[in-house]
Design a protein around this ligand. Structure first.
Ligand code: 4AD
Length: 576
């Protein structure tokens, strides 16, 4: 049949005996050989015909439209031969592939069956304690060193796990007091629990702690050679395994969602432990200087540090707030208890998402009667140095700080004392400009976080920054005698963090305080109890507040205060 005749046949849709191949627009994947869905290759057309009933095969003819051509023509005998060869090759290849896949599946199934068999078998391995061995002594990992070579029992969590062949397993156990390498041999590795052991499973291990020979390393230079063990609480494997939930490079929001598991990690748990020691050191410091601890309420009806950061809530139908600072209550304790301190939570509805602001933080505050401003500055400096020395003197805490913050050294030199006005001069001399208009700073400007940090980091030493102007400080701060424009106020600035302490003397005269309320537009009525301190035997006094998380961020070289508390609260984050 000529090309014209074929074209006519196609145009009349007399095409039931044709298998179409369009080398330009056809598809071997989705083609059916119809005119509308042609194949791309003649080999596919041959394959299609081979798949038809034998009687039909004879009558089917392949027609091909080559790339660039307009019309179909019958396949040439040589092209048909080539296509048949190509089809045969493809069939062979597919057969081989199918055989390979079947073989692989068989092997996989056999392996799985073998593993399953081993697991079933392992259920028959039941460990029992050797009655001839002495009763184990229950210890915590922190006590391991002094309990070497006696039979001990240690409970904890599987922090690391290494399986070496079928007869040896290493567990690094964690119990909050340290890490202990534990080695399990032979039958101890053959139980169902051993074969299915996962990270973070809680276990109980019994054995003897042996010093490691030269050249081998493990925490504290020893390992527990286990003679009996059991699982207490399993942790999941697979998708739910702890190691699949996050890693150190995960997005901060993932780490915060998983904070309850993140705190099991080395760095996070060390920071929390240092925090615990730091809180104790503050208490010991205050004990040492003779201040009494008090616990003021956190639900209040007065503000301390300005209305813009108050969290308010409905208190039985009345408006109340979460406290911004316990300072005002501490002041009321002076006549009954003398100098006092607290380690209470404070709350700030901070709208800024910075690395040093939390909505809830632990506020270490102290208030001292009958002191001068100089005494206050000396007290703050002594406290910070003393607390650092106290934690540094504990070998375990010191080791954690050295690991978290390599190169850290306790503070020996006197802190720099700088007036606010001199800080303004420093900023202008060093070319630091105001962010809002790019101009020099002026006396009266609030020094924002970034320039303050730039100055502190450049100077590289703790700075007691004093004498802030009245309008940028709280209502209770008294003006100085020699310059009523500035207050007897102080911020302690630390390199890498910025302000960690805010403090001041307090207005102790009734009328001056009333004038301050008026100036700030505050209603004095809810403060009647605070004003009464100025009515019933007032005295010069002062105090300060230190943010524990900021102190820790400085001490442990943490990037943000969010890593220095258990479950950080900040804008858009109130869980877990
Ligand atoms: O400077 P502040 O606001 O001072 C007071 O609250 C005073 N009433 C304290 C007093 O004199 N008793 O806060 C004191 C310290 C700051 O230096 C900082 O360390 C910490 O509290 N702080 C915060 N820490 C974390 N997140 C926040 N949003 C903080 N706001 C203040």
């Amino acid at each position: 049949m000529s090309a014209e005749e074929l074209a006519t046949k196609i145009s009349k849709m007399d095409i039931s005996d044709l298998v179409f191949v369009d080398e330009a627009t056809g598809s071997d994947e989705t083609g059916t050989g119809n005119k509308d869905q042609p194949f791309k290759s003649a080999a596919s057309a041959v394959g299609h015909i081979a798949g038809q009933p034998e009687a039909a095969q004879e009558s089917l003819k392949i027609v091909v439209k080559k790339a660039g051509e307009e019309q179909y023509s019958y396949i040439t005998p040589s092209a048909l031969k080539k296509a048949k060869n190509a089809h045969e090759l493809a069939v062979k290849k597919a057969k081989k592939q199918a055989e390979r896949e079947a073989r692989d599946k068989e092997q996989r199934d056999a392996k799985l069956a073998e593993e399953q068999r081993k697991l079933e078998e392992s259920k028959k391995v039941v460990l029992t304690q050797d009655p001839s061995l002495p009763e184990p002594k229950l210890i915590r990992i922190g006590e391991a060193k002094k309990n070497r070579n006696v039979r001990v029992k240690v409970n904890g969590w599987v922090s690391r796990l290494r399986v070496q062949g079928k007869d040896m397993m290493f567990i690094v156990l964690r119990d909050g007091t340290g890490y202990l390498q534990c080695v399990l041999n032979n039958r101890l590795c053959h139980t169902y629990d051993a074969l299915t052991l996962t990270l973070e499973t809680s276990v109980s291990l019994v054995g003897e702690i042996k010093e490691l020979p030269e050249g081998k390393t493990a925490p504290d230079g020893h390992e527990l050679v286990v003679d009996f063990w059991e699982v207490i609480g399993k942790a999941p494997g697979g998708d739910e395994a702890v190691s699949n939930l996050f890693d150190k490079d995960s997005d901060p929001s993932v780490l915060l969602n998983q904070r309850h598991l993140v705190i099991r990690g080395d760095r996070a748990s060390s920071v929390l432990k240092v925090r615990s020691r730091v809180m104790r050191a503050f208490r010991d410091h205050f004990e040492g200087v003779g201040y009494a601890e008090v616990t003021p309420p956190c639900m209040v009806q007065t503000q301390v540090e300005g209305g813009s950061t108050l969290f308010s809530f409905n208190y039985y139908g009345e408006e109340a707030y979460l406290t911004q600072s316990s300072q005002l209550y501490l002041e009321t304790c002076l006549p009954s208890m003398g100098a006092v301190y607290t380690m209470n939570e404070s709350y700030r509805a901070e709208n800024s998402n910075t690395r040093r602001h939390l909505s809830e933080y632990t506020h270490c505050e102290a208030e001292i009667p009958f002191i001068s401003f100089e005494d206050l500055l000396d007290g703050i400096e002594f406290m910070v140095k003393d607390v650092v020395n106290r934690v540094w003197a504990e070998p375990e805490t010191r080791a954690m700080i050295e690991k978290l913050n390599p190169g850290f050294k306790p503070l020996n030199e006197p802190f720099i004392r700088m007036r606010y006005a001199d800080a303004i001069t420093w900023l202008n001399k060093n070319g630091v400009k105001r962010a809002e208009d790019g101009l020099d700073f002026e006396f009266g400007d609030d020094i924002p976080e970034a320039p303050e940090r730039h100055m502190t980091d450049t100077i590289g030493k703790p700075i007691l920054l004093t004498h802030f102007p009245v309008p940028i400080k709280a209502f209770y701060m008294p003006p100085t005698k020699d310059d009523p424009r500035v207050t007897e106020s102080v911020d302690l600035l630390m390199p890498n963090v910025g302000e960690i302490v805010g403090g001041s003397m307090r207005i102790w005269d009734y009328d001056t305080l009333m004038a301050a309320y008026k100036r700030e537009g505050l209603d004095p009525k809810p403060y009647y109890w605070y004003l009464d301190q100025r009515k019933y035997g007032s005295c010069p006094h002062g105090g300060f507040g230190l943010g524990i998380e900021r102190f820790l961020a400085w001490l442990t070289d943490s990037y943000t205060v969010r890593e220095c508390c258990l479950y950080p609260r900040f804008k858009d984050r109130c869980q877990p």
